[in-house]
Design a protein around this ligand. Sequence first.
Ligand code: PLP
Length: 381
Amino acid sequence: MNTVPMLDLKLEYEYMKEEIRAAIDRCLGHQRWIKGPEVSELEERISRYLGVKHCIGVASGTDALVIALRALAIKLTGNDYFSPGDEIITTPFTFVATGEAIIHAGATPVFVDIDPDTLNIDPGAIEDYIRDNSARVVGILPVHLYGQSCDMDAIMDIAGRHGLFVLEDAAQAIGCSWKGKRVAGIGDMGALSFFPSKNLGGFGDGGMVTTNNQELADLTRVLLQHGGKDKYYSERVGYNSRLDTLQAAVLLVKMNYLDEMNGRRRKVADLYNAELEGVEGVRTLKSLEESHSVYHQYTILVSDGRRDGLAEHLRDKGISTAVYYAAPLHMMGLFTGKMKVAGSLANTETASRQVISLPVEPLLQDEQVIQVAKEISSFLA
Ligand SMILES: *Cc1c(COP(=O)(O)O)cnc(C)c1O
């Protein structure tokens, strides 16, 4: 049977195999596994790519969020951590790490609803919450879900008027831009993930903190190595969270292909959009004109009650799918008693019942994309 995978990392490896093997060989030659030359080379490369002054490699995207928030806590409060009275507004429709990082940094996550058309955080809902609670809110943590930028004009405007920080969770969105400016470089800080399935994925965990602010960059570098400038004298509670040399070496090769691969993802998405237009029971997401999106996922909404049947039908036809995310954060036990929920999260709950992500492997053939779309329309007809 002709199978269509969500992602085919073996195929992508074959595509760039010689360069990757050579890069790994160079590491085997120099044996500088910790803070090797590839790490700073990658930091500089991504810095130029994003148009951000400081990029700092860390051990994962989750650590990038936690360490960025800790740096913000120290800069803004003078304490090592935020306190539970400090509130950070974010979306409940994201990977768990977004909300979990806020708790690790000592603050309280406030979940506000999403825009039903893009599934990104709704700036109107942020504004509504702040109107009544402005004294407690310290920052906003938007997530560029599935590789589409949030409405950064609206978010930066709200933050500016209320004196809030903005930390962009760009784990799914490297290469995406808002009005020509790359995400992770728009807010005060940004977080990237190099988890293998991300648009820029390593051969293990990795992540990066981004900022234009020197003080926040310095704090980040201190926190990621046990809270000390000097290896054997620590000032603060920190982490062992370096980006591995080996990961940086692989990622430097993959950077050569990032725009090409993101371009291929966009083509896959365009083809799905064309093929699925007018299919009964399917709603495609709205693409904001200002966002140059990189389709970490290609996600559609299916009428209530039909999603799981569709997933099963596609599986029977050899087509993989996934649901991001069936459990929104406000419904997870981990946040019980530790979060605030701002009003109705009805759009989030509808999305969690209706979303399904389709194969978006950049090296998919057009015929495979068309085959997936045909199976969807024949099942829902
Ligand atoms: C993947 C992801 C993270 C966490 O990244 P890791 O590298 O897996 O720790 C955080 N936020 C979002 C939205 C993600 O998709």
